[in-house]
Design a protein around this ligand. Structure first.
Ligand code: ATP
Ligand code: MG
Length: 245
């Protein structure tokens, strides 16, 4: 997907610019967004996904300018899958119902087709045995994999993942990353906010370093990690990679 973000500013009404004349453009298959806490990563994802409007600036996806009026955002959001850090599942519904419910209620599937789609996804990601369990009966990693299956069930063209592994133990993190890695082979563009630098480098084609509300540096991930150009990114990578084996 061609993503163009032009001169986005966002303040939440307290005078502080969370995104400050932020711009990015590129053909995105998999884009990892990295950067320090509070830099504006989640805010950027929420704007791209049409959950909140920017204060100024524009988002253009495959040549179409996102219209941030509430009426048009409904259609925009339907083309996008979201997964957040945690607690995204409906607690009172089983895993399979978590997937079928939005398909029926938001996307107009009949119950039979929704069940077929959900069962195929659960099977594909080795989650069939969890189909009838509620979120509280699943591990954090299983819950996130169900949340990802739900997010791609209606075949969105863009999947937005906001730190999907940050609440998980290393072992569970790896099973979720393996699932995301498999998704990168599909006809689907992915933007992933992550602190997993190894995954950003090896599994994502492109990386953007977002700090202080600005796109400080972005490019091909292998290249960017091997040869960061800006002082800010060098400092950031020095800090986050300090204790890595
Ligand atoms: N709804 C809101 N109202 C007011 N301020 C907000 C709101 N949402 C975010 N902010 C502020 O915007 C700044 C950027 O937040 P954001 O969540 O985008 O950062 P982030 O890069 O995702 O950080 P983290 O890595 O900790 O998740 C923070 O200072 C935050 O307090
Ligand atoms: Mg965040």
């Amino acid at each position: 997907m061609r993503i163009e973000i032009n001169n986005i500013c966002k303040d939440f009404g307290n005078g502080r610019m969370v995104l400050n004349d932020f711009s990015y453009s590129g053909d995105v298959k998999t884009l990892a967004v990295i950067g320090p806490s509070g830099g504006g990563k989640s805010t950027l994802l929420r704007i791209i996904g049409g959950l909140i409007p920017p204060t100024s600036g524009e988002v253009i996806l495959d040549g179409l300018r996102v219209d941030f009026t509430e009426k048009n955002l409904v259609a925009h959001r339907r083309r996008i899958g979201f997964v957040f850090q945690s607690k995204g599942l409906f607690a009172h519904l089983s895993a399979i119902d978590n997937i079928t419910m939005p398909l029926c209620n938001v996307y107009g599937y009949n119950k039979k087709d929704a069940l077929k789609t959900a069962s195929a996804l659960l099977e594909r990601f080795d989650l069939e045995q969890d189909a009838h369990k509620r979120p509280s009966e699943l591990s954090g990693g299983q819950q996130q994999r169900i949340a990802i299956a739900r997010a791609i069930a209606a075949r969105p063209s863009l999947l937005l993942l906001d730190e999907p592994t940050s609440a998980l133990d290393p072992e569970l993190t790896n099973e979720v990353l393996a699932m995301i890695s498999e998704l990168t082979r599909e006809q689907l563009s992915i933007i992933l906010v992550t602190h997993e630098m190894g995954f950003a480098k090896k599994a994502c084609e492109k990386v953007m370093f977002l700090s202080g509300g600005k796109n400080i540096e972005s490019g091909n991930s292998m290249e960017l990690f091997a040869r960061p150009r800006t002082h800010e990114l060098k400092i950031f990578l020095g800090k986050v990679l300090e204790w890595k084996a």
